[in-house]
Write a protein that binds this ligand. Structure first.
Ligand SMILES: *[C@@H]1O[C@H](CO)[C@@H](O)[C@H](O)[C@H]1NC(C)=O
Ligand SMILES: *[C@@H]1O[C@H](CO)[C@@H](O)[C@H](O)[C@H]1NC(C)=O
Ligand SMILES: *[C@@H]1O[C@H](CO)[C@@H](O)[C@H](O)[C@H]1NC(C)=O
Ligand SMILES: *[C@@H]1O[C@H](CO)[C@@H](O)[C@H](O)[C@H]1NC(C)=O
Ligand SMILES: *[C@@H]1O[C@H](CO)[C@@H](O)[C@H](O)[C@H]1NC(C)=O
Ligand SMILES: *[C@@H]1O[C@H](CO)[C@@H](O)[C@H](O)[C@H]1NC(C)=O
Ligand SMILES: *[C@@H]1O[C@H](CO)[C@@H](O)[C@H](O)[C@H]1NC(C)=O
Ligand SMILES: *[C@@H]1O[C@H](CO)[C@@H](O)[C@H](O)[C@H]1NC(C)=O
Ligand SMILES: *[C@@H]1O[C@H](CO)[C@@H](O)[C@H](O)[C@H]1NC(C)=O
Length: 831
């Protein structure tokens, strides 16, 4: 079918975008790759590590020190990342917004060099993430990549880097990448024969990952960009083993391990017992690994019988140190009689008491089989201890309740030290704040300039504030706030007042003296991209006033801050009412009203002004709900007046959100209002099915919501996949109309998609059908073709200014001259 091939194309385009080489198409929902200290993007194994400045929006650090090595002779692939580094002189945080919770890899790259006074080989520091200590008291002696994984359960992952006393920290590169949920299961075997449960909440560090009997498999050859090292150096007696390689023989079977578990280049090679022609051979093949004492390890053994000519010929034992892990392993019987089908076995070891760990395989001979044994791959992952640490206790990072074993003297000492430090910090804070307030009061009359030239509301407000009385948000105009006022309104950016985190920065709840509630979005300073989005957002929201567009109350650009202040939306995002949170679910009527409201907002954007404005990031997370569940469209940072902009600029930066992107925009890089219509179609499906638009944990055909739902829509069975809480509550006609509307929005080509006005009309019609206001033959109603519109709707799409004004409450744009906003932004930069 035409639509199917288009979605294949869409997925293909997505995989190109992510430069994914994986044949089964796992594209990580979160994929942050940063080449710290680098002024350019760096491509390694087909993946782009962003230049440092592109990542500044994630970073909060006291001082910027970007270092590059003086001699850059080594041109090997990964080592490109090692040419530059960022030096951290104080505690630093990277905050990565997480689009989808679940296990993520954190890969840290270190390669010390000397830069100015920083001898990185002497740097000592700790790294932690989400209450887990990843590294403590760490010193890098040579190039090393540390790989960790943990289940991210909040909407952002904070990686904290803390230098030890009198030292500093450094980092050459960092990756935060989603991994398939199925890769680590919750339970594993233990010795002698129990079960370990709770792996999902474990942080893991990859200590060893080996490809037995084969070559190095580099990130480039692994669907999940893992490295697999050859095992040869770990063999205790290499002469007892031989290499076998038969990559072509590997048969992945449904329900078994996949390429993501380990690639065929791992399963297709093995280290085999060298029994030669001696049928009485009886010895083990043994590997020995260095491990840290005091930790449990998750050990994953990979097997694939590439050595036997036929089934039921290979029987062997597997050992860990002196314990039997598996006795009489017969791969043929496990894998439904498919030869050379991959299999893996997870074992959680006891707490290590020695710094050596031995793995052996040896023959099982009791049944008279020819002595042989193999191992194809092995992963050894360190598990966090009961202090939540993978690497000892880090100073300055609170340890959990399990840390009661510490010496009492030390604890008392630390407590007193902490008390004194807290007291000092308090005094210092009080002093700084006083000073700041004094300065602010002095500076206020000079720098404070209300936006409106006509005097009016905002001027009065400004003078009110400088008189030290109340500040109110009565004005509708974009309004420049003093920084101290924002600080006051947000309780000095209280972390516990954070209500959301986006690409741009954190969003705090705030409150003015008069009780007006605010949402305060604070951008990361010094981010160039952020500045552009900041300006766009002020520009767009100052021009557009509409019931269904979130309104800007003001902004603050003092001290190179980029702060946007919006009306507070009591009920959060539409997304949070659909899934992944405990908000009560919405009724079908409420959902339709939300869709209609947001369609109105978008329709106004597209038509309410002389030049169409394209939102470019329509998604359920950008539709906010007020206390009456009225929908308002938010987040205009990516908006453009179009469509001609992208035709003149040869812009290759396709922007928007994964899962919502218009495939045509991908193919042709041409932006029109119809791209918003496409994304809105995806939102409609999300509203109907109440599931994420991309969910890699589902079977392949279900991963992409748009693709999957359209299959059901084409079969006329959309009702099979709707949100279970809606089952039996939607009138069939209403559902049919809704499904048709979504389908039209998702048409391959923009020209075939309805305008936002048409969508609006159809949704209103779907609401009427639900409420059964419409009389007559339902069959006739449902065959109404989208696009055949009533006269009233044609008026909607008209750009008749009188209609727009009446319908959309356009405020006079004359009140506010945009050039003035920008001259003020520029001036403040020069200050
Ligand atoms: C790096 O890549 C990003 C995204 O692909 C792009 O936006 C940016 O302009 C590039 N930066 C440089 C310095 O090439
Ligand atoms: C280049 O770097 C790689 C990886 O760090 C290392 O194995 C190799 O020996 C280096 N080569 C030279 C010439 O320094
Ligand atoms: C940190 O490591 C040094 C050696 O590198 C050691 O002497 C010191 O005791 C360690 N400190 C802590 C807190 O583990
Ligand atoms: C760190 O500094 C504190 C006080 O500044 C000191 O008491 C402590 O011993 C130092 N720790 C190390 C590991 O040097
Ligand atoms: C992550 O943790 C949550 C809550 O503990 C759990 O429901 C979820 O299954 C976990 N996911 C993965 C991939 O480990
Ligand atoms: C890895 O991939 C490269 C090119 O994609 C190929 O030339 C090479 O043989 C592969 N290596 C292995 C071990 O599969
Ligand atoms: C097995 O392969 C390794 C390289 O991966 C090589 O060093 C070793 O000599 C091989 N062993 C045999 C017995 O051929
Ligand atoms: C293989 O190793 C295990 C565990 O160390 C040991 O019990 C067994 O006897 C060994 N087998 C042979 C044949 O040496
Ligand atoms: C690892 O940390 C988690 C969460 O803090 C904890 O539940 C678990 O018990 C820890 N693992 C071990 C082996 O102590």
């Amino acid at each position: 079918m035409k639509c199917d091939t288009s979605f294949e194309l869409f997925l293909w385009a997505l995989s190109i975008l992510c430069l994914s080489r994986s044949s089964n198409g796992y594209s990580p929902p979160d994929n942050y790759l940063i080449d710290c200290g680098s002024s350019t993007n760096t491509t390694v194994s087909g993946r782009v590590f962003l230049a440092d400045k592109e990542a500044s929006k994630f970073l909060s650090t006291p001082q910027n020190v970007l270092a590059s090595a003086s001699n850059s002779l080594n041109s090997s692939d990964v080592s490109q990342l090692y040419q530059t580094a960022r030096v951290f002189t104080g505690s630093t945080r990277y905050t990565f917004p997480i689009s989808q919770g679940g296990r993520h890899w954190i890969r840290l790259y270190f390669s010390p060099f000397d830069y100015e006074s920083y001898k990185m080989s002497t740097a000592k520091f700790a790294v932690s993430a989400q209450d887990f200590v990843l590294l403590s008291n760490f010193t890098a002696s040579g190039s090393v990549m540390k790989e960790f994984s943990l289940n991210v359960t909040s909407s952002n992952l904070v990686v904290t880097i803390t230098p030890s006393n009198n030292s500093f920290a450094f980092l050459n590169a960092i990756e935060v990448v989603s991994m398939p949920d199925t890769l680590i299961q919750d339970d594993a075997n233990t010795l002698p024969s129990g079960k370990f449960q709770g792996l999902l909440s474990q942080a893991l560090e990859t200590v060893w990952r080996l490809n037995m009997g084969g070559q190095q498999v580099s990130a480039m050859n692994d669907t999940l960009w893992r490295n697999w090292d050859p095992d040869y150096d770990f063999l205790v007696q290499p002469n007892l083993a031989i290499n076998v390689s038969k990559v072509g023989a590997v048969k992945y079977v449904p329900g078994g391990p996949t390429q993501d578990t380990a690639p065929a280049s791992v399963y297709g090679t093995a280290t085999e017992m060298n029994s030669g022609s001696d049928p009485n051979s009886n010895f083990n093949v043994t590997w020995e690994f260095d491990v840290d004492v005091g930790f449990r390890h998750l050990i994953r053994f990979h097997f694939c019988d590439i050595v036997s000519p036929s089934l039921n010929q290979l029987y062997f034992n597997v050992y860990l140190d002196s314990s039997v892990v598996i006795s009489d392993l017969d791969l043929s019987s496990i894998l439904e009689n498919v030869l050379a089908a991959p299999y893996f076995f997870d074992l959680v070891s006891g707490v290590s008491v020695s710094n050596k760990l031995r793995v052996s395989v040896g023959p099982y001979t009791a049944n008279g089989a020819y002595p042989n044994a193999i191992l194809n791959g092995l992963e050894i992952m360190k598990m966090n201890n009961s202090d939540g640490s993978l690497n000892g206790v880090a100073a300055g990072i609170s340890s959990g309740p399990g840390s009661g074993k510490k010496n009492v003297g030390v604890v008392v000492g630390i407590t007193i030290g902490a008390l004194i430090a807290a007291l000092l910090a308090g005094v210092l804070f009080w002093w700084c704040r006083r000073r700041q307030q004094r300065l602010a009061k002095q500076g206020l009359s000079k720098t404070w300039m209300p936006l409106s030239t006509n005097g009016g509301n905002s001027h009065t407000m400004g003078s009110k504030y400088s008189n030290g009385t109340t500040l109110s948000a009565a004005s509708n105009l974009g309004y420049r706030f003093p920084f101290v006022a924002v600080q006051e309104a947000t309780n000095n950016f209280d972390e516990s007042w954070v209500i959301g985190i986006g690409g741009f920065g954190k969003v705090y709840r705030g409150e003015l003296n008069d009780g007006t509630r605010l949402a305060v979005k604070r951008g990361n300073p010094r981010s160039q991209q952020g500045l552009a989005e900041f300006q766009t957002e002020i520009e767009m929201l100052s021009q557009f006033r509409h019931r269904h567009l979130v309104s800007l109350i003001g902004y603050c650009d003092e001290k190179s801050e980029m702060i946007l202040i919006y009306e507070y939306m009591e009920n959060g995002t539409l997304k949070s009412h659909l899934y992944g949170s405990d908000h009560p679910s919405l009724s079908w009527k409420q959902r339709l009203e939300v869709c209609i409201g947001s369609a109105r907002g978008l329709h106004y954007l597209h038509t309410g002004y002389a030049k169409a404005v394209i939102h470019r990031d329509v998604k359920s997370a950008n539709i906010l709900l007020d206390e009456n569940l009225m929908a308002k469209v938010a987040d205009f940072g990516l908006s453009k007046t179009g469509p001609e902009i992208d035709q003149t600029h040869v812009s290759t930066a396709v922007k928007g959100s994964f899962g919502y992107l218009d495939p045509e925009y991908f193919r042709r890089q041409q932006l029109t209002e119809k791209s918003d219509v496409y994304s809105f179609g995806v939102v409609l499906l999300e509203v109907l099915c109440a599931r994420p638009v991309i969910d890699p944990s589902l079977p392949r055909e279900k991963v992409n919501l748009a693709e999957w739902a359209m299959k059901w829509q084409k079969k006329g069975q959309l009702d099979q996949i709707i949100d279970p809480t809606l089952v039996g509550k939607i009138r069939p006609d209403s559902l049919r109309k809704f499904g048709e509307t979504a389908e039209k929005c998702l048409a391959d080509f923009g020209v075939d998609r309805p305008s936002m006005g048409d969508v609006l009309w159809n949704l209103e019609y779907a609401l009427q059908l639900q409420e059964a206001v419409v009389q007559g033959d339902p069959e006739e109603n449902s065959t109404n073709v989208i696009g055949e519109l009533s006269p009233q709707v044609h008026n909607f799409s008209n750009v008749d200014p009188t209609i727009s004004t009446a319908q959309f409450e356009v405020s006079s744009v004359d009140d506010l001259s945009m050039s003035k906003v920008f001259s003020q932004l520029v001036n403040s930069e020069g200050r």
